[in-house]
Design a protein around this ligand. Structure first.
Ligand code: PMP
Length: 417
């Protein structure tokens, strides 16, 4: 049950038909049409091994972790801590002490803002982000800057959705205490050159947090190679459960940070006079966590490893290229986000048709996409639009899915055009 060893990676290109069969949810029809699921940037579907890992936990050995001497508690602890080792290996981290389980990316960013941020960011200091961030990598910094009388600076993007690196570099100063940016943009699909951006920020002495919510399920990630200080991601976007995520942090920074939430598991001893905090990573894990979720995340990580991140990347890239070309043939369609380095997100607008109407007609055709501001309102403002329609890819999507999207978009145009 706690298979912590890395699963072997198969050779050759991905067998996507076989892989699709691992996702029970994809077998259904929606409104009498085969489901075409193109909303994985919001949350991905789950393979059978992840569903089974959670189910087996509840059916066979569930108990609270870390505190029990009885068999079930030991088994649960072993499986949960095995998942932490899976995450460590997947991220290329030096130690499981650096892998903090959280509820997801949002909580990971807030943890850093509220602990490292409150201690190190003071009046007149600066926090630098970019114009393509998700709200969860904007608002925690805004809150921190407001509280600490610091300044939030924003590096702009060009019309294609790429961060203007010279501007980014110019905005860095000796006052920049922290720099936070997405690895992959959920609204535009832009892949940021995070290694380069990190090096620029480090040269100025800033601490770097990378929001890996969209990158982790799509690209190979090695936190030591990236050189960043913190890396955040969510289980539910990476074919794992919701309510579980990770903050990876460099050990020396985590050691020096004060705890965030107080409670059980984050302490060594408590008296009314003084509390001694637990060692890493438990210092940041107050209360009973999402035990089955963590175990499910471990299963998702091993599943990703068994497919191979290079193969996943190559497959998604081929589908993205096909989809980009196919969408550009639809009259009146404009892609929003055409950066040279892009991952599997296709945001677009159709002239004269509201994205919400697009979403509803597509749904009636069995095609699930997302419409709205994608929790990135400043990105919408940058393009002067209130919303986009967004088709986002998962590893199970095929070129046929994108052809079905295009056929459905022609129907939208017939109805509203
Ligand atoms: N950052 C990015 C780039 C995202 O796409 C998302 C989710 N849409 C988040 C952060 C927040 O993730 P979560 O809601 O899982 O905390």
């Amino acid at each position: 049950m706690s298979a912590t060893a890395q699963s072997p990676v198969a050779a050759g290109p991905l067998d996507v038909a076989a892989l699709r069969a691992e996702f029970p949810v994809l077998r259904q029809q929606v409104h009498g049409k085969p489901l075409v699921f193109l909303d994985s940037a919001a949350s991905s579907q789950k393979p059978q091994v992840v569903i089974d890992a959670e189910r087996r936990c509840y059916e066979e050995y569930y108990a609270n972790i870390h505190r029990g001497v009885h068999k079930l508690s030991q088994l649960s602890t072993e499986a949960y801590e095995g998942a932490r080792e899976d995450v460590r290996r997947f991220l290329g981290a030096a130690s499981t002490k650096e892998v903090v389980f959280t509820r997801g990316t949002t909580e990971s960013v807030n943890l850093v803002a509220q602990t490292w941020g409150r201690r190190h960011v003071g009046p007149g200091d600066e926090v630098l982000i970019t114009a393509l961030e998700h709200h969860s990598n904007i608002v925690p910094w805004q809150m921190l800057c407001e509280e600490r009388h610091a300044k939030l600076k924003v590096a702009p993007i060009d019309d294609r959705g790429a961060v203007l690196l010279d501007q980014f570099e110019k905005q860095l100063s000796v006052r920049t205490k922290l720099c936070a940016f997405a690895h992959v943009s959920n609204a535009l699909g832009t892949v940021n050159p995070v290694k380069q951006m990190t090096a620029m920020a480090k040269k100025r002495g800033a601490v770097v947090l990378v929001d890996g919510a969209q990158a982790l399920p799509r690209l190979p990630v090695d936190v030591q190679d990236l050189g960043c200080d913190f890396y955040a991601f969510s289980g539910h976007k990476a074919y794992g459960p919701s309510g579980i995520g990770v903050l990876w942090g460099r050990r020396e920074l985590l050691e020096a940070m004060p705890p965030w939430q107080g409670g059980g598991d984050m302490i060594l001893s408590v008296t009314f006079g003084k509390t001694l905090y637990n060692e890493l990573p438990y210092k940041f894990e107050a209360g009973t966590p999402n035990i089955a979720g963590g175990i499910g995340l471990g299963a998702a990580i091993r599943w990703l490893e068994s497919k191979g991140m290079q193969r996943i990347l190559a497959h998604e890239d081929a589908v993205l290229r096909h989809g980009t070309e196919a969408l550009l043939q639809v009259p009146g369609l404009t892609l929003v986000g055409t950066a040279p380095e892009k991952a599997g997100v296709l945001s677009f607008v159709l002239e004269g048709i509201h994205p919400h109407d697009i979403g509803q007609v597509l749904d009636s055709e069995g095609v699930a996409i997302r419409t709205g501001h994608h929790c990135a309102q400043p990105v919408m403002d940058r393009y002067g639009i209130p919303a986009t329609a967004r088709a986002s890819l998962g590893v199970y999507n095929t070129t046929e899915d994108l052809d079905a999207l295009v056929r459905a978009l022609h129907k939208v145009r017939e109805m509203f055009g």
